[in-house]
Design a protein around this ligand. Sequence first.
Ligand code: UGA
Length: 390
Amino acid sequence: MIHRLRLSKLTLWSSIFLAFILFFFILSPPSPSPAANRRESWGSHHWEKRVTKSACRNSDSGFTVLVTGAAGFIGCHVSLSLKQRGDGKVLSRAGVFVVEGDINDAALIRKLFDVVHFTHVMHLAAQAGVRYAMQNPHSYVHSNVAGFVNLLEASKDANPQPAIVWASSSSVYGLNSKVPFSEKDRTDQPASLYAATKKAGEAIAHSYNHIYGLSITGLRFFTVYGPWGRPDMAYFFFTKDILKGKQITVFEAADGGTVARDFTYIDDIVKGCLGALDTAKRSTGSGGKKKGPAQFRIYNLGNTSPVAVSELVRILEKLLKVKAKKKVMVMPRNGDVQFTHANISRAHRELGYMPTTDLETGLSNFVKWYLDFYSPSTKNPASSSSSSSW
Ligand SMILES: O=C(O)[C@H]1O[C@H](OP(=O)(O)OP(=O)(O)OC[C@H]2O[C@@H](n3ccc(=O)[nH]c3=O)[C@H](O)[C@@H]2O)[C@H](O)[C@@H](O)[C@@H]1O
């Protein structure tokens, strides 16, 4: 239980601030906590030994992946999935070694690249969330722009360079009104600072690909949800507030039109991330020098099935067996867009990506996890359901 609570806090922390780095294939004795990893002092001989050991691969075809944001929602699912399939696993007992740090810490990132030859970087650390950008704009620039550049700098100097797969966002489509959103559509009208920093990330990624020969794949995630999710996302805090009998605010468009999202279940997203890693070609440069053109890709990872937020609430009411206290209001001008809908044909063709989880099924998994994790009062009619999906 203590372990679970700690994880929950970490998930929250990393989604609001940033940045844990986890890498594989670590096997370490059960790690006391990320904080303890840091206390061990990251430059020490013992630390280097653990890092090196953890990064050994069991075959030449395995990957050694640096996953940033590993304590965050998508990062922890991707990390566990990589671990389960055994990439880089060398010791008798699988485990994950988490290095707590900021992706802006150039010395730490350089040290990691000195100690390990990463074949891939799965960059999922970010300041996420659309509306929070109005409260804390600088954290978006710090994590999504400066932190990303810091990671790319270390990656381009590495010899050999890793291939990079990183998290962009459906929010880059901004005010684009052509649906479904295709990777070819315009992305030059962001509706929030968050979207602008993700769009900046795509431009920065292109420049590193062009100048240094880094192989880079950007994944535009569409409103990802599921167990161990982000408490700042609507489906998560709606669940919490409905159970507490608190009023929730459901947005509608100014003309009374539907506000909808292409909600995408975490397990489908993880498959897309692994597909991107598996199909990433090698970077062509080394030690900061380009040796030829390198792969540059961008993919939508969505569900291709937008659902109105009012319908999301209806499903939650059914699963929780509690009627929500709803206040419907016009969507404030805080960065939200009215509608998202992914065209995923490119990801299907090139990554084999095919989401299989509809919103009701995915939310049912989430609600089971939520009730099990938070064990709300037994007075709650929905609390009898308790199995966790993990
Ligand atoms: O797809 C994406 O790229 C983005 O998806 C989510 O952003 P968002 O779709 O806004 O997700 P939520 O904040 O969970 O909102 C979901 C829906 O609920 C609505 N909402 C939100 C809050 C609220 O109080 N009421 C309400 O109706 C929003 O307008 C939105 O339509 C994530 O928070 C972003 O980090 C991610 O990049």
